[in-house]
Design a protein around this ligand. Structure first.
Ligand SMILES: CC(=O)SCCNC(=O)CCNC(=O)[C@H](O)C(C)(C)COP(=O)(O)OP(=O)(O)OC[C@H]1O[C@@H](n2cnc3c(N)ncnc32)[C@H](O)[C@@H]1OP(=O)(O)O
Ligand SMILES: O=C([O-])CC(=O)C(=O)O
Length: 379
C-alpha cells in the first residue's frame, strides 16, 4: 500500500533512474559515456553517415542501401515547398518572436493543413516534416528580418546544406555542410529525454503526429534542455578572454548559478557528442581566424571540470560552432528541432506500435481533508 504522507525520494525526483518504458531506438550512457542509435555507435555514424541515412535508420528501422538512400534524399528534396496558407501565417509572426515559438506554430499550422488522417500516414507525415521544417524557420526568419520571401527549394542534397543555403542565400562551403551534417546526426536521438518523453506521452493518447511534435518542440525550448545552446552562447560571447571567463565562471559557481551547456541527467563521465562537435568548433575557429571564442570555451570547460567535475554536454561547443558559421544565436535550437524530429517521430511510431496510455501516479502532499466553506465565510 502506498504511504500518502511520504515525500518522493531524491532518486524519484525527475523520475531519475526509473525505467518509463521500452525502446529499440537508442542506448544512452550504458557504459557511462556511450551512445548508440539502433545499436550503431554514434562515433561511427558521425564519421561515416549522411544525416539522411541516420534519419532513415531511425524512422524505417535499418540503414538504407545505396538505391534506398538516393531515393530517400530525392523524396525529401521534393517535399521542401511551403503551402501558401502556412507562408501567410509565418508572415504574421513578428521578428521579435522566439524562433522556437515559430517552429511550434509552424508545425501546428502544418497539422491543420496536412492533417494526419490515419496512422498509416505516419511515415509520410514524418518525411514531410523533415523536409519542410528548415523551410518553415528560414522563410519566417528571412521575411521578418530581411523583408524577403525566399524560395524554399534548393538543389542541396543534404538537409544541413539546405538549411544554411536558405539562411544565407547561397550554398555553404564544404566545411560548413560537413559540420551541419554531423551536428544533425549528433542531435537526432537520445532515448527518453524530456522532449521525446513529451512526444511519447502525447502519442500514448493516440493523438496525431503534429500534436506530438508540437508538444515536443515546447519541451525542447527550455534552457535546461535544447535551449541550453543559446544560453551558452549568450554567456561565452560576453567574455573577451579566457582569464575573464575563468573569473566569471568562478563567481557564478560561488553564487550557485547553473552554467548552461554543462552536466547531464544520464551521463556520469562525459557526453560522447561533445568531443565530436568540439573538434568541428576548433576547425571552424581556425577557418574564421578566431582568437577568442574557442579559447574562452576551452577555458570554461577546464574550469568546470577542475572545480565541479562537470563536463560539457552536446550543447556547449555547438554554440561556438554554429556561431562560426554565421548562424544567429536564436536559430540554434530550431536546428536541434530539425534533427530531433527524427527521434521524436520514431518514438511516436514505437509508442503506437505497443501502446498503453502513459499515466503515472503521484505522491499526494496536500491537506488530508478540508471542510467546505461558503464563499462569504472565507478570509
Ligand atoms: C541536449 C541537452 O538537452 S543536454 C542538457 C542541456 N542543459 C543544460 O546544459 C543546462 C545546465 N545543466 C543542468 O541544468 C543539469 O545538469 C541538467 C538539467 C542537464 C541535468 O540535471 P540533473 O540530472 O538534475 O543534474 P545532477 O543531478 O547531475 O546535478 C548534480 C549537481 O550538480 C549541479 N549541476 C548540474 N549541472 C550543473 C550546471 N550546469 N552548472 C552548475 N551546477 C550544475 C546540480 O545543481 C546538482 O547540485 P546539488 O547536488 O548541489 O543540487
Ligand atoms: O538526454 C537528455 O536528458 C538530454 C539530451 O542530452 C538530449 O536530449 O540530447
Amino acid at each position: 500500500m502506498s504511504d500518502h504522507t511520504s515525500t518522493p525520494s531524491a532518486a524519484a525526483a525527475g523520475l531519475r533512474g526509473q525505467s518509463a518504458g521500452e525502446t529499440a531506438l537508442c542506448t544512452v550512457g550504458q557504459t557511462g559515456s556511450g551512445l548508440r542509435y539502433r545499436g550503431y555507435d554514434l562515433e561511427d555514424l558521425a564519421d561515416n553517415a549522411a544525416f539522411e541515412e541516420v534519419a532513415y535508420l531511425l524512422l524505417k528501422g535499418k540503414l538504407p542501401n545505396r538505391e534506398e538512400l538516393a531515393a530517400y534524399i530525392a523524396r525529401l528534396k521534393s517535399l521542401r515547398g511551403l503551402p501558401d496558407a502556412l507562408k501567410a501565417v509565418l508572415e504574421q509572426i513578428p521578428a521579435s518572436a522566439h524562433p522556437m515559438d515559430v517552429m511550434r506554430t509552424g508545425c501546428s499550422m502544418l497539422g491543420n493543413l496536412e492533417t494526419e488522417a490515419s496512422f498509416d500516414e505516419q511515415a509520410d507525415q514524418a518525411d514531410r516534416m523533415l523536409a519542410v521544417f528548415p523551410s518553415i524557420i528560414n522563410y519566417w526568419y528571412r521575411f521578418s528580418h530581411d523583408g524577403v520571401r525566399i524560395e524554399t527549394e534548393t538543389d542541396d542534397d543534404s538537409i544541413g546544406a539546405h538549411f544554411l543555403h536558405l539562411l544565407h542565400g547561397e550554398a555553404p562551403s564544404e566545411l560548413h555542410a560537413a559540420v551541419m551534417n554531423t551536428s544533425l546526426i549528433l542531435y537526432a536521438e537520445h532515448e527518453f529525454n524530456a522532449s521525446t518523453f513529451t512526444a511519447r506521452v502525447c502519442a500514448s493518447t493516440l493523438s496525431d503526429l503534429h500534436s506530438c511534435v508540437t508538444a515536443a518542440i515546447g519541451s525542447l525550448r527550455g534552457p535546461l534542455h535544447g535551449g541550453a545552446n543559446e544560453a551558452a552562447m549568450a554567456m561565452i560571447e560576453s567574455w573577451r578572454s579566457p582569464e575573464e571567463a575563468e573569473r566569471e565562471i568562478l563567481g557564478m559557481l560561488e553564487r550557485r548559478e547553473k552554467i548552461m551547456g554543462f552536466g547531464h541527467a544520464i551521463y556520469r563521465e562525459r557526453d560522447p557528442r561533445n568531443a565530436i562537435i568540439k573538434e568541428w568548433s576548433r576547425k571552424l575557429a581556425d577557418d574564421v581566424g578566431d582568437t577568442q571564442l574557442y579559447a574562452v570555451s576551452e577555458r570554461v570547460e577546464s574550469v568546470m571540470w577542475r572545480e565541479k567535475k562537470l563536463f560539457c554536454n552536446a550543447d556547449f561547443f555547438h554554440a561556438s560552432a554554429y556561431h562560426f558559421m554565421g548562424i544567429p544565436t536564436k536559430l540554434f535550437t530550431p536546428i536541434f528541432v530539425c534533427s530531433r524530429l527524427t527521434g521524436w517521430a520514431a518514438h511516436v511510431f514505437e509508442q503506437r506500435a505497443n501502446n498503453r496510455i502513459i499515466r503515472p501516479s503521484a505522491d499526494y502532499t496536500g491537506p488530508e481533508h478540508c471542510d467546505w466553506q461558503p464563499i462569504d465565510q472565507r478570509d
